[in-house]
Design a protein around this ligand. Structure first.
Ligand code: GLN
Length: 547
């Protein structure tokens, strides 16, 4: 993965801070990613960082219902799902440095205090916590890899938790000076249907709240469900103390991938460059992006794929998987309709009714016992009915258990995660995990090598590659004691890490398309580089539907 365009030899990194007002969930991540895309496509090397104001050191210990999917970077950081958007939009890798939480800031300051780095001093929020925040922001800028760093401040202005971040931003703006650092404030302009009007007051108040902390917004991005008239833009500019051209409408879009185009039309990139005193004569080259959008919006066919998981009530839980289907759908020129099916409610009486008619079945990642029997049932159905199947992480483990139970006849086969005393632990705790007691950041994480078996289906899917590298997040593994028996019975280990000897991929010999992967391909799929496994899976689903 590399930047689409690399040029510019700017001596000084410029900083853009994105804050949010009025409510949460306005889509700061998408606005940040869209602006970054526009700047990148003008040749500026751009990265995005997310500062999260919670005490968890990372979101790895959070339930998906709390915070959506936990996104994993190449270097094994467990991060906010917004980093997924950054990678998908920019096609540039992020790392631990791109996501910092209050917990991590405090942990680092407290460790420094214990080492005696502040000896003799009282350690305080200002300056010690704010200095640590500033250092984390400038870490990316000082790497020399980027012309522009966009830092998204999580939460909403006015929150108690955000205060140290806002203060750190105020100090950086003061230190860096005009034209080197700016603030984009994302707010909501709600529509009152009784009055038939868009209301600017919440935005005025939120800009004022920001002002109370000594920060003047340079640009306002206004989320709205209705077109914002020139008159309202004038009013927003006057009362919020921003230039008229710096009032940007962000109207609801049918897809997040439209947002860079909409932001370009509104001039977000031009006004940003102007404020940063950067040349804007190079027009953004969005030809590839537009081609993707064209394919996405004009599918020639349609397939329905079942997503079997236990967090299906919350779409954000499987964000990267859903986005990977969008990328792969566009690549195949088909619309992928993802039907979320709750694994907890699949049983041996109803599985047929629930799964019939699907062109493909994906069994999702997950933790713990809840819903696993439904997942196993879904694997069995896909295997027996010859429906294209993709099992991801826990989904792959369920495929191994299903085969051991129903083909090898080891009826008690299980994972020691679900049943510690199973007589047939076909999935068991990795050796190096056995002494691990802490839960945070201790799984097998990040990118690991995998060698593909010559002549395997998965090798074909990966375009004939011999070696791949994919991202992991798990504690349990395929138990090699069962490898020979499973392979003899037709479930092949088609991807192996030669150093650890861990099985990374399984596939079925006599099946049109049945692949289980111990890693998470969804983290690496981007608009510019749709993931081959998803492309192959959608293609197989289409073939299945047509047959
Ligand atoms: N719970 C399983 C493990 O830890 C699978 C994890 C996952 O699906 N990400 O190995």
């Amino acid at each position: 993965m590399c930047p689409v365009t690399q040029k510019s030899n700017m001596s000084q990194t410029k900083y853009i801070f994105v804050t949010g007002g009025v409510t949460s969930s306005l889509g700061k991540g998408i606005i940040a990613a869209s602006l970054a895309k526009l700047l990148q496509s003008r040749g500026y090397k751009t990265t995005i960082q997310k500062l999260d104001p919670y005490i968890n050191v990372d979101p790895g210990t959070l339930n998906p219902y709390e915070h959506g999917e936990c996104y994993v970077t190449e270097d094994g950081a467990e991060t906010d799902l917004d980093l997924g958007h950054y990678e998908r939009f920019l096609n540039v890798r992020t790392s631990q440095a791109n996501n910092v939480t209050t917990g991590r800031i405090y942990q680092s300051v407290i460790e420094k205090e214990r080492r005696g780095e502040f000896l003799g001093k009282t350690v305080q929020v200002v300056p010690h916590i704010t200095n640590e925040i500033k250092e984390r922001v400038q870490l990316l800028g000082n790497s020399g890899d980027y012309d522009i760093v966009i830092t998204e401040i999580g939460g909403t202005v006015g929150d108690i938790e955000s205060l140290p971040y806002i203060e750190a931003v105020r100090q950086m703006l003061w230190e860096m000076g005009d034209n080197n650092a700016i603030v984009i404030h994302l707010t909501l302009v709600p529509y009152l249907s009784a009055a038939g009007e868009l209301k600017t007051k919440p935005t005025q108040h939120s800009v004022k709240t920001l002002m109370e902390s000594g920060i003047k917004a340079d640009i306002l991005v206004c989320r709205t469900e209705h077109h914002i008239s020139d008159e309202i833009k004038d009013k927003l500019a006057l009362f919020c103390n921003v230039k008229r051209e710096a009032v940007i409408q962000s109207i609801d879009a049918s897809t997040i991938y439209d947002v860079p185009i909409l932001m370009q039309a509104e001039g977000l990139d031009t006004v940003t460059l102007k404020k940063l005193n950067l040349p804007d004569e190079i027009e953004p080259d969005l030809s590839h992006w537009k081609e993707f959008l064209k394919r996405h919006k004009n599918p020639k066919d349609e397939v329905t794929i079942g997503l079997i998981g236990k967090y299906v009530e919350l779409q954000d839980s499987y964000k990267s998987i859903l986005e990977s289907f969008i990328h792969a759908g566009a690549a195949n020129e088909v619309k992928v309709k993802v039907k979320s099916i709750h694994s907890e409610y699949i049983n041996d009486q109803n599985y047929q009714a629930k799964l019939e008619g699907l062109a493909g079945i994906l069994v999702a990642p997950g933790f713990g016992e809840r819903g696993i029997e439904g997942k196993i049932q879904a694997v069995r159905f896909a295997r027996e009915a010859g429906i294209p199947f993709l099992g991801i992480c826990l989904g792959m483990q369920m495929a191994v258990i299903e085969y051991a139970r129903n083909v090898l006849g080891l009826t008690d086969a299980s994972s020691t995660e679900m049943d510690e005393n199973t007589g047939n632990p076909v999935i068991s705790l990795m050796e190096e995990q056995k002494t691990v007691t802490n839960k945070g950041g201790t799984m097998r994480l990040g990118a690991w090598d995998c060698e593909l078996l010559d002549g395997s289906l998965v090798q074909k899917v990966y375009g004939g590659a011999k070696q791949i590298k994919e991202r992991h997040r798990h504690r349990y593994e395929f138990n090699n004691k069962y490898k020979e028996r499973l392979e003899k019975a037709g479930l092949i280990a088609s991807g192996i890490n030669r150093v650890t000897n861990l099985v990374e991929i399984v596939e079925l010999r006599h099946h049109p398309w049945f692949i289980g992967v111990q890693y998470h391909p969804e983290y690496k799929s981007t608009v510019a580089n749709p993931h081959p496994l998803f492309i192959g899976f959608v293609k197989a689903a289409l073939a299945h539907k047509k047959a």
